[in-house]
Design a protein around this ligand. Structure first.
Ligand code: NAI
Length: 432
């Protein structure tokens, strides 16, 4: 067995910078900070050994320190090879927390990092909780270390793609522990995926390329939550946005929101920027690259890098690095600028979503970890969502920070619409 490595980051001397940014982020993450206040004394996560695999950013540092403030031991890796902010990883390592993450690792190192998080301390106590984003940690445990599953109370999963993998496991009978679907909390997917991408999509293109966005033709593939935020992001920058969709409901939504909806084949030759948001595979392929115009920018903001056929580019063109995470290819005499090697661009070329929206997602994560750690026996080996009153609580915790006045229902009004004054305020089937 390999020796215990207490942490591995790019440069531990970045810790002071990271700490200063963490302190600024805390002021923007009221949900997490109020959980620290509410549960700091009672230590609901005492005894929990949480292995986390989620973009090692400044916002995630605040999540890690919240889990610790509630009593947990935590180890961490990043769920993407480009998404770590090295100053955040350094600040967390400097507190003695085992973190294995740096920006620009290779895939072998990626697996090594996840593996280090499975065992805690010199005596290598195994994890007993999973906090995942995309399912790579879950797969590592269940496929390579299945003997650990029996000791794990449960897992919470952050994103659309990871949740999809979990429902597949339930269908195939290969989920050996209860799981909580964080993504489909309203205060996650309708905020992080949407308003988060609204800020971070354009941020990524600007930081990577400095291109003028106003007046440019942008094609957004997919109009789910991430697509809606991404399309709004470019619209806000003055771009002319076209959407592609396979779902008639989302296609109609895009049209009603004022976007042209076309097939990629129709608009590919005229697009200045093409960005995939589908969580599906094989969206931008060889025949599309062959039709693109010179200096087109191609990027993906979905979880995995299989939305764009990057192997096609590598096979058919020399690759010229402009700077890290910005590469130039040439197909049929036309330059194609590929961002973050087709991996999620807002974390590869920028710093992901702002703290305030991530506080919503991570407050859901923390509540889910508390529930699974203390009440796992109440759950079967299936995928659950947090109850609506907690979803409403997460939103409530973020109102004061932005000066929101919430109207209170009178008893008569509550009776009239069939809810209680304290909520939940909507039936389960309501879609927001
Ligand atoms: P979603 O399911 O709401 O949206 C995906 C949309 O793509 C759907 O409307 C679907 O009909 C459409 N689609 C599927 N195949 C298509 C095709 N061939 N052509 C055009 N459209 C197609 O999922 P959501 O929540 O928007 O997530 C999308 C991806 O983004 C997932 O991989 C998710 O994990 C990831 N994600 C990334 C974030 C980031 O910060 N980069 C944040 C949150 C999620």
């Amino acid at each position: 067995k390999t020796a215990y490595v207490p942490y591995k980051v790019k440069d531990i001397s970045l810790a002071d910078w990271g700490r200063k940014e963490i302190e600024l982020a805390e002021a923007e993450m009221p949900g997490l900070m109020s959980l620290r206040e509410e549960y700091g004394d009672s230590q609901p996560l005492k005894g929990a050994r949480i292995a986390g695999c989620l973009h090692m950013t400044i916002q995630t540092a605040v999540l890690i320190e919240t889990l610790q403030a509630l009593g947990a031991d935590v180890t961490w890796s990043s769920c993407n090879i480009f998404s770590t902010q090295d100053q955040a990883a350094a600040a967390i390592a400097a507190t003695g927390t085992p973190v294995y993450a740096w920006k620009g690792m290779n895939e072998e190192e990626f697996d090594w990092c996840i593996e280090q998080t499975l065992f805690f301390g010199e005596d290598k106590k195994p994890l007993n909780m999973i906090l995942d984003d995309g399912g790579d940690l879950t797969n590592m445990v269940l496929d390579r270390y299945p003997e650990l599953a029996a000791g794990i109370n449960g897992l919470s999963e952050e994103t659309t793609t990871g949740v999809h993998r979990l429902y597949e496991r339930v269908k195939n009978g290969t989920l050996p522990m209860p799981a909580i679907n964080i993504n489909d909390s309203v205060t996650k997917s309708k905020f992080d995926n949407k308003y988060g991408c609204k800020e971070s999509a354009v941020d990524a293109i600007r930081r990577a390329t400095d291109i003028m966005l106003a007046g440019k033709r942008v094609t957004v593939c997919g109009y789910g939550d991430v697509g809606k935020g991404t399309a709004a992001s470019f619209k806000g920058a003055g771009s002319i946005v076209t959407v592609t969709e396979i779902d008639p409901i989302c296609a109609l939504q895009a049209a009603m929101d004022g976007f042209e909806v076309k097939k990629l084949e129709t608009v590919v030759a005229n697009s200045d920027i093409i960005i995939t948001t589908t969580g599906n595979k094989g969206i931008v392929r060889g025949e599309h690259f062959e039709a693109m115009k010179d200096k087109v920018i191609v990027a993906n903001i979905g979880h995995f890098d299989n939305e764009i056929d990057v192997p096609y580019l590598n096979k058919n063109s020399e690759k010229v690095e402009i700077k890290p995470q910005v590469d130039k290819y040439n197909i049929n005499g036309k330059d194609i600028i590929l961002l973050a090697e087709g991996r999620l661009v807002n974390l590869g070329c920028a710093t992901g979503h702002p703290s305030f929206v991530m506080s919503n997602s991570f407050t859901n994560q923390t509540l889910a970890q508390m529930e699974l750690w203390n009440n796992a026996k109440a759950y079967k080996n299936e995928v659950y969502m947090l109850p609506k009153h907690l979803d409403e609580k997460v939103a409530f915790l973020h109102l004061a920070k932005i000066g929101v006045e919430l109207t209170e229902l009178s008893k008569e009004q509550a009776d009239y619409i069939g809810v209680t004054q304290a909520g939940p305020y909507k039936p389960e089937h309501y879609r927001y």
